[in-house]
Design a protein around this ligand. Structure first.
Ligand code: UFG
Length: 341
């Protein structure tokens, strides 16, 4: 029988793509979401891709009683925990919202995991835990974690710490944190993708919305950084590759006889500047994008990209897609939701 994997935040951007890849790999995902930051229509969209409505429950991940009930009702074999807030700027304005949701959500799931150590647990972490790398910009998992620059960053930093402390206290747990670099793109079908609420903070959704006419121009935050073209450098990872990494992570954990707590970078290993991404978007989609240089955005890291050797050696995963695929898929998705040709 297919193993049931609980996907908290499974209606969200990365969660929904992971649901598709779990089905493809023979798992039975159970989406847990209260749609506060996603749209219930994603369930029907997923049906279009996978041929059946995925199982789903409406539940606040922080509600310990309801979470206990979900585990009593369903025969859950594994958990992938996405449900969390993720807007860096909003977290600075409203830190308590981030600390209460992101930490208590993790806590309520781990409370159940602690009682059921046979259930593998995968956590969404972020390269934000590295801060601004000093010296070498390619970071591996042994690179020292930095003091986070936002409450959002602290919730990921603390999330990893909570998992480590729990593992220290109980070594039979099977846990893995995936440190995502910058997820971009959409499913190649154009049926699911990112649905930012309000004005997007992230680069590619702002690019696609500008191309679709929702904004007059993209502001590139700073062109005087010490990089090849003066703009910041990130490691942009296609969301479908990232989704596959979750499948490999849970495969790995299911295969373990003993407890483990692993941390892995999930990126491409390549740095791309803001201007590189804009130009790739223009070239691949044959679109002229309106953009202008503006002042630096406070808190931005200058340059960071992943060393991805450990992901390959431990879970046999590496990115298959590149930024060309991502900018095409993201534009395809934007056109489909805006009903553009
Ligand atoms: N950028 C612009 N204009 C925009 C939006 C972004 O120039 O309108 C630039 C940013 O200044 C940055 C780059 O595009 O140089 C990428 O910015 P994003 O906001 O897309 O991504 P970040 O790297 O700032 O943030 C991402 C994730 C966070 C995570 C962080 C870790 O969104 O969840 O990486 O570094 F915490």
């Amino acid at each position: 029988m297919a193993k049931k994997v609980l996907v908290t935040g499974g209606a969200g951007y990365i969660g929904s793509h992971t649901v598709v890849e779990l089905i493809r790999a023979g798992y039975e995902p159970l989406i847990l979401d209260d749609y506060r930051n996603s749209d219930p229509s994603v369930i029907q969209r997923l049906k279009q891709i996978i041929g059946k409505e995925p199982e789903h429950v409406v539940c606040d991940v922080c509600d310990q009683n309801k979470i206990n009930e979900v585990f009593q009702t369903f025969d859950i074999s594994g958990v992938i925990h996405f449900a969390a807030y993720k807007a860096v700027g909003e977290s600075v304005e409203n830190p308590l919202k981030y600390y209460s949701n992101n930490i208590s959500g993790l806590n309520s799931i781990l409370t159940v995991i602690k009682r059921n150590p046979q259930i593998p647990f995968v956590f969404s972490s972020s390269c934000t835990v590295y801060g601004e790398p000093s010296g070498i910009k390619e970071v591996d998992e042994k690179t020292e974690r930095a003091i986070p620059t936002s409450p959002y960053g602290y919730t990921k930093w603390l999330g990893e710490q909570i998992i480590e402390d729990l593992f220290t206290s109980q070594g039979d747990l099977k846990m893995m944190s995936l440190r995502y670099f910058n997820p971009i793109g959409a499913h190649e079908s154009g049926i699911i993708g990112e649905l930012p609420v309000g004005k997007p903070n992230n680069l590619l959704p702002f690019i696609t919305q500008t191309a679709a006419g929702l904004h007059n121009e993209l502001t590139i935050f700073g062109n005087d950084y010490p990089t090849h073209d003066g703009t910041c450098i990130r490691d942009y990872i296609h969301v479908v590759d990232l989704a596959e990494a979750h499948v490999k992570a849970i495969d790995y954990l299911f295969a373990q006889q003993k407890g483990c707590n692993e941390i892995i970078n999930i990126g491409t290993g390549k740095g791309t500047s803001v201007l590189d991404l804009v130009k790739t978007f223009e070239r691949e989609n044959n679109i002229k994008l309106n953009y202008a240089f503006g002042p630096r955005r406070s808190g931005d890291v200058i340059e960071i990209y992943a060393n991805v050797d450990y992901a390959l050696s431990l879970i046999n995963w590496k990115a298959k897609k590149d930024i060309k695929d991502a900018v095409k898929d993201a534009w395809n998705w934007e056109k489909s939701i805006r009903h553009l040709k």
